[in-house]
Write a protein that binds this ligand. Structure first.
Ligand SMILES: C[S@@+](CC[C@H](N)C(=O)[O-])C[C@H]1O[C@@H](n2cnc3c(N)ncnc32)[C@H](O)[C@@H]1O
Length: 250
């Protein structure tokens, strides 16, 4: 493929490639839904590994006749990985997102009719979701978009909806208390984005759009909140620059 053809390929994220007069706050609308797989793969270091391991963890921890919740499912990548990983019988996946545009595309991508584990697509705010009989809850890069004041209540609800032996996968962009580490990690993240074809204008405009929308917290804050929510332990299983994934256990 020539570089011009690659630039014009369908589904390629070029939302912030032209200079905008005013950069609006980031929203998960139809423009984002159309390019989301390309956007997240080129923006989140380690995203393919986190998704693939979500499937591995589903195979290991999903219990017979239980539910898996994928909160903030976007186009359903984590649900699909879980669906492919689950071996336990009688399970169902609840894929939840409050963006109708994202959920519509998820529904088109995951045909659950012939699948052993069916997926229900639910358009709602995860803060209103009912969680019960769960053996696995997935929060892959979603908690960072929830108001910080609502995060503990959400984790408590997840904890109480999990069965004994159940797990929460929590993947997030994180912040660092040490200001030097914070700026070095951000530099490395931007280097990752440049290596994936984003230019400085795109990086800077996207950063402005995400300000006050994506609120990262430190690892310490995440561990403390998980403990406060009643999880018996939480461990870091993945980190690439300022992106991490934790596994929290009932
Ligand atoms: C970065 S994306 C998540 C990516 C996805 N989990 C994956 O692994 O591909 C964040 C998603 O969370 C959704 N979201 C944000 N806040 C939400 C809320 N309060 N309730 C439901 N969905 C929400 C957004 O619409 C978006 O699709």
């Amino acid at each position: 493929m020539t570089s011009q053809a690659a630039m014009n390929r369908p589904g390629k994220d070029s939302i912030y490639a032209t200079q905008l007069e005013k950069v609006d706050s980031f929203v998960f609308d139809h423009r984002v839904a159309e390019v989301f797989p390309d956007m997240i793969k080129r923006s989140v270091p380690g995203y393919p590994t986190v998704i693939a391991m979500t499937g591995v963890l589903a195979a290991e921890y999903v219990q017979p006749n239980s539910r898996v919740y994928d909160l903030g499912c976007s186009l359903g990548a984590s649900s699909l990985a879980a669906q492919e990983g689950i071996t336990a019988p009688g399970c169902e996946i609840h894929a939840i997102d409050n963006s109708r545009e994202m959920l519509d595309q998820a529904q088109q991508r995951l045909s659950s009719e012939s699948a052993r584990t069916p997926v229900q697509f639910i358009c709602e705010n995860v803060l209103d979701s009912e969680i019960s009989n769960a053996s696995m809850v997935i929060l892959n890069f979603t908690l960072q978009f929830i108001e910080t004041t609502q995060r503990l209540a959400l984790l408590k609800k997840i904890r109480s909806g999990l069965r004994p032996g159940g797990i929460l996968i929590l993947s997030e962009k994180i912040a660092f208390t040490d200001s030097t580490e914070e700026s070095l990690q951000i530099d490395m993240h931007h280097a990752f984005k440049r290596a994936n074809g984003y230019n400085d204008l795109e990086i800077s405009q996207k950063r402005t759009a995400l300000e006050n929308v994506l609120i990262p917290e430190t690892l310490e804050q995440h561990f403390q909140r998980l403990e406060n929510a009643g999880f018996s332990r939480a461990d870091l299983w993945f980190q690439c620059f300022n992106f991490v994934s934790l596994i929290a256990r009932v």
